[in-house]
Each structure stands twice: as C-alpha cells, then as structure tokens.
Design a protein around this ligand. Structure first.
Ligand code: ZN
Length: 221
C-alpha cells in the first residue's frame, strides 16, 4: 500500500486521499460563498434564477474533485460534494418540490457513460427527500461541446434546450449542475423551463463556480 499515491496531489499516501488533501477538502466544503457575494449576485442576474447556491469556487480542491468525477470516473466523490452542499451551503427553508438535473447532449453521455448533474441530483434528492424530474428538460442534437469555444462564443451560442411535451404542474424547482462558468448554458436552460411556465421559481444548485473574468473571489468578500 505504501507505493500508492493520493488521487488529488499525487504525493505518496496510504489512502486514496492524503491527510493534507482531506483537510483542504473539509476546509473548502465548510466555507461556501455567501448568497450575497457580489459574484453570485451577478450570476443570479445573468442566468435569471430566483436564487443561486454554490458549494465552492471552482478552484483547489473543488475543481480537482469535479475533474476526477467528470473525466476519471470517480463518481464516488459526488457523495462528498452533495452531502457537503446540503450540510454547509443549502438554506434549509424554502426547498423546491422537484430537482431537475442539467441535461447533457446524448453523445457526451454516451462517451462518459454518465451525466454528473444526474448523479448529483439523485444524491441530493435522496438525502433531502425531494423527487427528481428526469427527462423533462432536454438538450437538442444541435448542442455541441463548449470546450474549444472562447468565452464570448459560449455566451452567444444557442444551447438547444427544450422541455418535453408532457408538462407537469411546477411552481418551484432546483436546477442542478456541477460547474457554472459563464452562466450562458444555465441561462438557456432556465429560459426553456420558463417558456411555458413564466412564473416558475428556479433555484440553481451548483457545486463549483468560476469567478468571471478571473477575479479572485476572496478579494470581493
Ligand atoms: Zn493529496
């Protein structure tokens, strides 16, 4: 076991996570950004959500955890993030009646075999006893990967979201995503959700948020 290395920092460790990384994760998860943080208030306006709850900034160690989940099949870390989100970030009052995972395009799910927001939503729903609304919000075949696009192009892109023809009666939903960057994808998803339900209250639940334009989030607190 001694030649094993920590999955996050690659230093020698007898456990999957070394003591230092474990401590960093606990510190980060226990200190989510306040909903009144200027960057969260800005993002709330950009995406037109009723409120946004974020577990942490998309920086060490949250960024590495999310990368391991999305690209290294370490989906077990979803439990750590979702339970930390409920315990330290989520206000307990005014919970939504359903949870909607941010859908991914069919080919992305095919490549990865799973959709991270769906796994996070399942864990959040189970812990909070809130049902999931799967296959309601969908993404069309025209949506493409954003990895290679610049920030400006991402904002301008049409994301091809739509809702299924089966329209349930909804008043307040939580839209769950792993990372929010420019907010453009989220804004399109929210627009689609409100198309037939303009008064729908939408809470955005997100595990990591990048600071717009490279601003250090701590400098604004
Ligand atoms: Zn480590």
């Amino acid at each position: 076991m001694l030649n094993q290395s920590c999955i996050m920092c690659k230093q020698r460790s007898s456990a999957v996570l070394c003591v230092t990384c474990s401590k960093d994760i606990v510190i980060s998860i226990k200190s989510p950004p306040s909903p009144s943080h200027p960057l969260l208030v800005d993002m709330q306006t950009i995406v037109a959500a009723n409120n946004i709850t974020v577990l942490g900034w998309y920086q060490w160690p949250i960024d590495t955890l999310i990368h391991l989940i999305k690209f290294k099949q370490r989906v077990g870390f979803c439990r750590l993030l979702s339970h930390g989100f409920i315990r330290y970030a989520l206000p307990t009052h005014d919970l939504p009646s359903v949870i909607i995972p941010m859908p991914s395009s069919w080919w992305k799910s095919m490549c990865r075999g799973y959709n991270t927001p769906s796994i996070l939503s399942q864990m959040l729903g189970k812990k909070l006893n809130i049902p999931l609304l799967n296959n309601y919000l969908k993404v069309g075949l025209t949506a493409t990967s954003q990895h290679h696009l610049s920030r400006t192009k991402r904002i301008d892109k049409h994301h091809g979201f739509y809702c299924s023809s089966n329209k349930p009666r909804l008043t307040h939903v939580a839209l769950v995503d792993d990372v929010i960057t420019t907010g453009s994808t989220m804004r399109s998803a929210i627009k689609a959700l409100r198309q037939y339900n303009p008064d729908l209250r939408i809470s955005v639940w997100c595990m990591g948020m990048t600071s717009l334009d490279g601003i250090n989030p701590s400098s604004l607190t």
